[in-house]
Design a protein around this ligand. Structure first.
Ligand code: C2E
Ligand code: CA
Ligand code: CA
Ligand code: CA
Length: 279
């Protein structure tokens, strides 16, 4: 029995070290990818729900792996968060967003605002405000063209300096968007205090729109609450004409989702900018 116990211990130990090894190698791979600049941004349009007019685009990161090709964020953002590398990666995302706006401007395209995702860890540990200020200045970007998407968990994090920091960021002139709204626990008063510009309602609620009266009522309540606070509402993950129709009856401001467009590589964006109305 003793021998078996020992064997088991060895088994666990080797599994553990295998796990650690894998983690370390994944971290190392990610670190290298950041150094080698293997990340690119895709852009997904957000359009006016009533007219289909292009309003803004969300920058979504992808890893172009030299052997594996395009890797979606679900496969590396969690590792980036666990290891803290999200801070550096998030800085690259901000830098690339500003650089891209400058490229499109140089091509004579009409300016379209972009929003970037900022993870809670990046917000708490990084210098988001400084980085935004630095790259907007470097590329001469009008701050009104930049938005940051933060989740509710970020808003309600303990540190009393969250509202202070957000305020300082808002003072730069950039927009504040709440991502995945409805999945967390932010309150009405918090949204008002933080001077939020846009609520992006999580796609789980868009899905429920056409599934039940309750789903519709929930969305309706968010829209009227947001209207009262002078906050715009974007429905995420709009995939069908029926969802769009329902959102139009609720007077939801904007929609984003596969029904309008999937996220696109930068070189496919100018055509959309010229098109202007996407449905
Ligand atoms: P998110 O911020 O909620 O972004 C929306 C995600 O939904 C994107 O996935 C987008 O491709 C997907 N999507 C858009 N429309 C539809 C639709 O109609 N149906 C469905 N089923 N999905 C749709 P993606 O690009 O794979 O990104 C996943 C998540 O990774 C993002 O969720 C965001 O949390 C994170 N992420 C992406 N880029 C960054 C980044 O630069 N920094 C950070 N911190 N996180 C990022
Ligand atoms: Ca987002
Ligand atoms: Ca979202
Ligand atoms: Ca407002």
């Amino acid at each position: 029995a003793k021998a078996a116990g020992k064997g088991r211990f060895h088994f666990y130990q080797s599994q553990l070290s295998e796990y650690l090894l894998m983690r370390v190698s994944r971290e190392e791979a990610l670190r290298q990818a950041i150094e080698r600049d293997e990340f690119v941004l895709y852009y997904q349009p957000r359009v006016d729900a009533a007219t289909g007019k292009l309003c803004s685009m969300e920058a979504l990161v992808r890893w172009i792996h030299p052997e594996r090709g395009l890797i979606p964020p679900s496969e590396f953002i969690p590792v980036a968060e666990e290891t803290g590398l999200i801070v550096q990666l998030g800085e690259q995302v901000i830098a690339k967003t500003c650089a891209q706006l400058a490229i499109w401007r140089a091509q004579g395209l009409p300016p379209v605002p972009l929003s970037v995702n900022v993870s809670a860890l990046q917000f708490n540990q990084g210098k988001v405000r400084e980085v935004l200020a630095q790259y907007m200045a470097r590329y001469h970007i009008d701050p009104a063209l930049i938005g940051i998407e933060l989740t509710e968990s970020c808003m309600v994090a303990d540190g009393a300096n969250v509202p202070l920091e957000l305020n300082a960021i808002r003072k730069l002139g950039v927009k504040l968007l709440i991502d995945d709204f409805g999945t967390g626990y932010s309150s009405l008063s918090q949204l008002q205090e933080l001077d939020v510009d846009v609520l992006k309602v999580d796609r789980a609620f868009t899905k429920k729109l056409s599934q039940s009266q309750q789903g519709l009522a929930f969305f309706k309540a968010i829209v009227s609450m947001a209207q009262a606070l002078d906050i715009e509402v974007v429905a995420e993950g709009v995939e069908t004409a029926e969802q769009l129709r329902l959102l139009q009856t609720l007077a939801c401001s904007e929609v984003q989702g596969h029904y309008v467009s999937r996220p696109l590589p930068a070189d496919e964006v100018p055509a959309l900018m010229r098109q202007r109305f996407l449905f």
